[in-house]
Design a protein around this ligand. Structure first.
Ligand code: ZN
Length: 190
């Protein structure tokens, strides 16, 4: 598998909030190439390949805006969106303690128990490798090759009202608690 990765000097100050999210400071980007210097390499790397991304349309807007700015051919609007696959396979996926939301990539990381390898990283490369792993797990599950069978409430929500459930750990037990409090709270031991 070929890999391509680069930091890019944005040639403008980095807002504090971006440093907080990414851990990247202006010092980190000193000496990094500019967008104009790498845009054609990135376009060449994608080539005729099929893009795979979590919320594909969002990423493609950024990529294609960069290609347009640099007079390069845009990537066709076809590809594989793991967010859409997740929504269709696990319509009301339960939310894990640090998952952030049903279909967040981080929640799928916990769902497929990939956190030992990928938690606590904000680097794009690790996010990509996590996405590759999540995509493989989604494919296996869709093909019936998944090793784990999940209780309905994990993937399809509260048996009473259909709301996604929160997975909480209580001692050694995993409890699923309906997110719609308090009228139909349901607890399941999984
Ligand atoms: Zn409920």
């Amino acid at each position: 598998m070929a890999e391509y990765g680069t930091l890019i000097d944005p040639q403008r100050p980095i807002p504090q909030v971006i440093t907080e999210i990414t851990g990247l400071t202006e010092d980190d980007l000193k000496g990094a190439p500019t967008e104009a210097e790498v845009a054609s390499d990135i376009r060449d790397f994608i080539g005729l390949g099929t893009p795979v991304a979590h919320n594909l349309a969002f990423d493609m807007r950024f990529l294609n805006a960069m290609f347009r700015r640099n007079k390069l051919v845009e990537v066709a609007a076809v590809g594989i969106d793991t967010l859409a696959i997740s929504r269709s396979l696990f319509p009301k996926l339960c939310v894990y303690p640090e998952g952030g939301g049903s279909h967040r990539l981080s929640n799928l990381m916990y769902h497929f128990r990939l956190e030992d390898s990928y938690a606590n990283s904000h680097r794009a490369r690790d996010d990509v490798m996590l996405l590759v792993e999540v995509f493989r797990h989604l494919q296996d599950y869709a093909a019936g090759r998944g090793k784990v069978r999940y209780p309905e409430a994990v993937t399809h929500g509260c048996p009473t009202c259909g709301s996604p459930m929160d997975l909480t750990r209580d001692g050694g037990r995993n409890l699923l608690i309906c997110r719609k409090q308090p009228s139909c709270t349901v607890e399941l031991v999984v």
